[in-house]
Design a protein around this ligand. Sequence first.
Ligand code: NAD
Ligand code: TDX
Length: 334
Amino acid sequence: MKILVTGGAGFIGSNFIHYIISEHSDWEIINLDKLTYAGNLENLKNVEGNPRYRFVRGDITDGKLVGSLLQEGIDAIVNFAAESHVDRSILDVLPFIETNIKGTQTLLEGAHQYKVGKFIQVSTDEVYGSTEKGKFIEESPLSPNSPYAASKAAADLLCHAYWKTYQLPLVITRCSNNLGPFQFPEKLIPLAITNALEDKSIPIYGDGLNIRDWISVLDHCRALDFVLQKGEPGEIYNIAANQEKTNLELIHELLDIMGKPQSLITFVTDRPGHDRRYALDITKITRELGWKPTYSFEQALTATVNWYVNHESWWRQIKSGDYAGYYDRMYSHR
Ligand code: NAD
Ligand code: TDX
């Protein structure tokens, strides 16, 4: 199988590439990535020289480039490329519209023209919005609250339209919050780990009681592999591990693992429109495709802490240089 992975230099995409290259000895990957602030070729050092892997720097909104890659004969597209940080979408929504909506449409159009046999749109639980009770199923209405979530929901609707109108064989996956190696240290867990390693405070938005449902990025990658091989065209699959934590519970546990004081926690002004709780029902993917999560939250969190401890130069390079001053800019609206 020859796969076009988009956004493969980011957090989940790079984990997925490592996973596929090691699990499927005859599969090939082309990784198309723009290398925005979130894309990092350091994440792919281990596969760089592999003859089954090729990197192409480029933008998914560039239809000509996408067409030239699809012309080579691609069996499947897995679209990870996105602007992915909610806080950034609150400050400037346009890059989210451009990549998440227009970029997805460009890939869909290319897949349609070149008759690509499989298209996986890597979406998110955030498209369902927030719920205090119960869990979202795949038929739950879309009710996104942040500009990021709205852009992802728009992309999901475009996918639906390409399936209904052109029978483009695509599948949408909606996963909960991931944790693991190579996550950019603007997201809660890597931000907290790296700040704690530097004995800096950890900003907790609002009362810290917002709930997220955490899954190891490796379990997400395995689920995507199941979907690639067994997913039914036109279907949507929720992916989660049903491990809900308030942000405060999570950070308490993390500081305990790291042997750092709870006094590093600092409450800051809440994120505007902050979703209270995400929760997914995963009956469909477990029953129909036979996938289930394998890592507990505690295992995944300990492994993630260890990875950041052992890869200090990776995150220090990001937190210095061009990225320096980012936090001041990011938090100036609070
Ligand atoms: P990320 O921000 O770490 O990586 C995004 C990657 O996309 C980067 O390598 C970036 O350079 C690339 N990119 C951005 N714009 C591009 C463009 N126009 N053309 C080509 N490449 C471009 O994101 P992530 O956390 O790895 O998320 C990957 C996908 O999974 C996203 O679609 C996100 O919505 C979805 N998702 C993420 C999570 C999570 O917890 N992180 C959970 C559910 C779903
Ligand atoms: O400094 C922080 N303090 C804090 O309290 C940050 C960065 C976050 N938070 C809170 C906000 C959320 O309730 O922690 C929770 C997690 O925040 P993020 O790491 O920003 O993730 P979230 O907003 O939940 O979105 C993530 O999961 C779904 C990904 O970034 C999305 O790409 C994915 O779709």
